[in-house]
Ligand binder design. Structure first.
Ligand code: UD1
Ligand code: CA
Length: 450
C-alpha cells in the first residue's frame, strides 16, 4: 500500500518553557520528532511531509537527518490541526494512496499499531487511533456508534455526558489522500477555541456518507509531551522498555535502572553492563564484552571481548578491536585500537592509531591539539609506551618500540627502538639533608614544616 506520512510539528510548545522547538527536545539522545518519524518509516512511506512553524529551519533539519527526502512545509500561524494538515495538500497533490497524520510530540506509537490502522482502511474511509485513558483529562473524546466512529468532540466543546467518555483521540488519523484533503478543506473554526480541528473530519465524513472507524492502542503509545515533566516521564518510559529489551536479548544489566540507553544502542548477547553506565547515541558493543561501572560511551564500537572501565569515557570515533582493555579514567576519541591492546589507567588517546598487543602506560597523553589544529599519533604493534609519556602529535612510534616513562616524544621512533625524552637524572649526595636544615632554620616556627 502506498503511504505518505504527514507529521504535525508546528506548535510552539509553550509549556516546555524553552527556546528550542518542542519536537526537538530529546528522548534517549534523539529529538522526539525523530522517534515519531522512525515509527512511521517502518511502513515504508514513499513521502514524508513535516508541517513546521516555530523553529522551522531546525525542525526541518532534524527531519531530514532522519529521512533525507522529507518535505518541509511552513505553517506560519498555528490555526489548528486541520489547518496544519491543509499545508501539506499542495505538496501531495500528485500522490495516490493513504495519508497517515502523526504528531511530532507523540513519539512512541508502535509501527504495529500504524499497520493495524492501514489494514482498518479496508473497512473505513477514515481511521482514527484511540485509546482508553486512565485519566481522560483534556483529550478529545471518540463518540462511537456501535462499532463505527460517529464523531470526535474536543474537551472544550464537550457536554458533561461526552466528557464521561474514556475512549480518547490520540490524534493519529489515516485516510485516502483525496478524501482527507477534501474533508480538511471543509473544516471550519466555529468552536470554543476558534481553531480548525482536524478531529472535525470524522463528523464531516459521516455526513457525506463515508464511514469512520477507530483502532485502539495502549495509552503508553499515545503519550504526548507538552512539559518538561512529561519529557522526563517519556524518557523513563523509553528507558524501561529499552532495558527490558536488552535483558530479553541476552545482555546482563546488573542494575538495570541505573543504565541509560540511547535510541540506537546495540549490545551483543552475553555482554555484561555493570551499574551506572550511560550510552549516548551510536554505540555498538559486540558480544561477550564487559562495560564496567560508571563508564560513559558515545559514537563508539567495542568489539567482542572488550573490557571497558570502570570510569572510562569512549567518545565518538573510538573504534576498539577484539579483546581491547580500557581502564579507569581513560578517555578515547577518534582513535583505532587494535586487537588485544591495553590502555588501563589515566590516559587521553585522541586522533590515534594503535596496533595490536600494545601496552599504553599509565598517564600517557596523545597531545593531539596545538591550539589550532588536531594531529595524528601512530603507534605500532607490540609497542610499550612508558607511564606518563607525552606523545606530541604528529608523531609515530614503530612496531616493538618502547618509550621511557616521563618522556616527551616529539620525533618519530623507529621500530624496535627505545626512545627517552626526559632530562638525565643527577644525584647530589647529602644535599637533601643540608637543604632541610637550612629551610628549618629559616622558618619562623621551627619544627612546624607544612
Ligand atoms: C489534539 C486533538 C485531540 C487529541 C490530542 C491528543 C485536535 C483538534 N485535537 O489536541 O482530540 O486528544 O491532540 O494529543 O486535533 N499543531 C500544528 N499546527 C497547529 C496546531 C497543532 O502543527 O496549528 C501540532 C502541534 O505542534 C502538535 C499537534 O499538532 O504536535 C497537536 O496539537 P495540540 O495543540 O497539542 O493539540 P491538542 O489540543 O493536544
Ligand atoms: Ca497536545
Amino acid at each position: 500500500m502506498n503511504t505518505a506520512l504527514v507529521i504535525l510539528a508546528a506548535g510552539m510548545g509553550t509549556r516546555m518553557q524553552s527556546d528550542l522547538p518542542k519536537v526537538l527536545h530529546e528522548i534517549a539522545g534523539a529529538p522526539m520528532l525523530a522517534h515519531a518519524i522512525a515509527s512511521g518509516l517502518r511502513l515504508e512511506p514513499s513521502r514524508v511531509t513535516v508541517v513546521a512553524g516555530h523553529g522551522a529551519e531546525a525542525v526541518g533539519q532534524a527531519a531530514r537527518d532522519r529521512f533525507p527526502f522529507a518535505e518541509i512545509v511552513l505553517q506560519e500561524e498555528q490555526n489548528g490541526t486541520a489547518h496544519a494538515v491543509a499545508q501539506a495538500r499542495e505538496g501531495l497533490s500528485d500522490f495516490e494512496g493513504n495519508v497517515l497524520v502523526l504528531y511530532g510530540d507523540t513519539p512512541f506509537i508502535r509501527p504495529e499499531t500504524l499497520d493495524a490502522m492501514q489494514r482498518a482502511r479496508a473497512d473505513h474511509d477514515v481511521v482514527v487511533l484511540g485509546f482508553e485513558a486512565a485519566d481522560p483529562g483534556r483529550y478529545g473524546r471518540l463518540v462511537m456508534d456501535g462499532a463505527r466512529l460517529d464523531r470526535i468532540v474536543e474537551f472544550k466543546d464537550a457536554s458533561d455526558e461526552e466528557r464521561r467518555i474514556t475512549l480518547c483521540n490520540s490524534g493519529v488519523i489515516c485516510a485516502d489522500r483525496k478524501v482527507l484533503f477534501d474533508l480538511v478543506a471543509a473544516v471550519d473554526n466555529d468552536n470554543a477555541a476558534g481553531e480548525y480541528y482536524l478531529t472535525d473530519i470524522v463528523g464531516l465524513a459521516r455526513a457525506q456518507g463515508l464511514s469512520a472507524g477507530a483502532v485502539t492502542c495502549d495509552e503508553a503509545e499515545t503519550m504526548g509531551i507538552n512539559s518538561r515533566a512529561q519529557l522526563a516521564e517519556a524518557e523513563a518510559a523509553f528507558q524501561a522498555r529499552a532495558r527490558a529489551e536488552a535483558l530479553d536479548n541476552g545482555v546482563t544489566l546488573m542494575a538495570p535502572e541505573t543504565v541509560f540507553l540511547a535510541h540506537d544502542t546495540v549490545i551483543g548477547r552475553d555482554s555484561v553492563v555493570e551499574p551506572n553506565v550511560v550510552f549516548g547515541p551510536e554505540v555498538t558493543v559486540e558480544s561477550g564484552s564487559r562495560i564496567r561501572a560508571f563508564s560513559h560511551l558515545e559514537g563508539c564500537h567495542v568489539s567482542r571481548g572488550g573490557v571497558i572501565g570502570p570510569y572510562a569515557r569512549l567518545r565518538p570515533g573510538a573504534e576498539l578491536a577484539e579483546d581491547v582493555r580500557i581502564g579507569n579514567f581513560v578517555e578515547i576519541k577518534a582513535s583505532r585500537v587494535d586487537r588485544g591492546s591495553k590502555i588501563n589507567h589515566l590516559s587521553y588517546i585522541g586522533d590515534a592509531e594503535i596496533g595490536e598487543d600494545t601496552n599504553i602506560g599509565a598517564g600517557t597523553v596523545t597531545c593531539n591539539y596545538d591550539g589550532v589544529s588536531k594531529h595524528v599519533t601512530r603507534i605500532g604493534a607490540r609497542a610499550f609506551i612508558g607511564s606518563d609519556t607525552m606523545l606530541v602529535a604528529p608523531v609515530s612510534i614503530g612496531d616493538d618500540a618502547m618509550t621511557g616513562s616521563g618522556s616527551v616524544i616529539t620525533r618519530d621512533v623507529e621500530p624496535g627502538a627505545l626512545a627517552l625524552g626526559r632530562a638525565q637524572q643527577v644525584n647530589k649526595p647529602g644535599l637533601a639533608r643540608k637543604l632541610f636544615e637550612m629551610l628549618k632554620s629559616r622558618a619562623k616556627t621551627p619544627g612546624k614544616g607544612s
